[in-house]
Design a protein around this ligand. Structure first.
Ligand SMILES: [Zn+2]
Length: 350
């Protein structure tokens, strides 16, 4: 940890002591005072840092081909590359085995379950809102990351850019404190930025659809698709600016970014296609080792090469469905009841 980071941690720790509302579900808290106002406060200790309230921002970029980040490079996607350089990442994570579709994979990210309901999965194996709940589709109770957080009196939010995400609000109505759907990704991110500053939510999930929308219309990995990823990089930059400007977020927020699937041609429905089942998984911010490769940090997980491992091997690939239990682990909370992906919360980021 460098000196400036330590100083920032000290300021943030002091801020947290001065913010009794931090982390309280359902309470507003105004923007914290600027760092300059507290520049004389240097009472940081390591234990205080370890005990500080944490925040997780999970971002799912719909249809983010890992290859697109290579193609665009640092100049074309500076914010994605910032997360990779400063965070711990892999461009070779996996989707749910059974489906490379939006709703099944997001249900996996929120519940930590596989798809197949016969083996305890969440049962959402289709890609439209059928106006039922996840539990009704599964035929058994299905808990979510929102419930675990909410049960500990901390607040949650879900911001999505497709209307079918209404299924999640219907499934966990009491534990999602703020729910918003806006198809305009820019408008959605503006709302997220305001929410991050005004509310100290433990867990915020953001879904950005733009690359998927353009991929279906113009083809994945085409020039218009890459332009959409570039555009999403700007949205990510806006979120990072908010984190940079607010000491509490800067020192105590962790971002977990992944995707629901890739895409080839005009679709992504073939779950046996490498381009569809390979996704990035990037973790950045508080508690993350800068510049680390996730598979190097995690001997319990195995990089799958080009393969598509089943759920049988003990050493699983990192999957987008690990979002749920990794986020809870970062918040020092237990795994989602009934979850399957990294249920023992062994995935580490430092
Ligand atoms: Zn999708």
């Amino acid at each position: 940890m460098d000196v400036s980071r330590t100083t920032r941690s000290a300021l943030a720790a002091a801020l947290l002591l001065l913010l009794p509302l931090a982390g309280c579900a359902g309470h507003d808290s105004s923007s914290p005072p600027g760092a300059a106002e507290l520049s004389s406060t240097r009472t940081h200790t390591q234990s205080r840092e370890n005990n500080a309230t944490r925040y997780v921002l999970a971002i799912s970029v719909d249809a983010l081909n890992a290859h697109a980040l290579d193609r665009l490079g640092r100049s074309g996607a500076p914010n994605f590359h910032r997360l990779m350089t400063q965070g711990a990442d892999t461009l070779n994570a996996r989707t749910e085995l059974e489906r490379t579709l939006t709703l099944p994979n997001h249900t996996g990210m929120l519940t930590g379950r596989r798809v197949s309901k016969a083996s305890g999965g969440h049962g959402v194996d289709f890609n439209h809102d059928n106006h039922r709940t996840v539990q009704q589709n599964a035929g058994h109770p299905v808990a979510s990351v929102f419930q675990v957080v909410h049960k500990r009196d901390r607040s949650t939010a879900l911001f999505a850019s497709k209307s079918k995400f209404a299924m999640f609000q219907r499934s966990w109505p009491r534990s999602i404190d703020r729910f918003m759907i806006a198809t305009d990704n820019r408008r959605l991110v503006t709302a997220v930025r305001g929410d991050l500053v005004r509310h100290r939510r433990a867990f915020t999930f953001v879904h950005l659809s733009h690359p998927d929308d353009v991929g279906h219309a113009k083809g994945f990995m085409t020039t218009p698709y890459l332009r959409a990823v570039r555009d999403t990089d700007r949205r990510l930059g806006e979120l990072l600016r908010t984190a940079d400007r607010h000491p509490v977020l800067r020192d105590h927020l962790t971002i977990v970014l992944t995707s629901d699937h890739g895409g080839a041609g005009r679709g992504h429905g073939d779950a046996s296609d490498f381009t569809n089942y390979r996704v990035p998984f990037i973790v950045w911010g508080a508690g993350v080792r800068p510049g680390a490769r996730l598979y190097d940090l995690n001997d319990d997980f195995a990089s799958p090469g080009f393969s598509r491992p089943t759920y049988r091997p003990v050493r699983q690939p990192i999957r987008n469905g690990d979002v749920a239990n990794l986020s809870l682990s970062l918040l020092r909370m237990p795994a989602v009841p009934g979850s399957e992906h990294d249920r023992s919360q062994t995935l580490v980021v430092r």
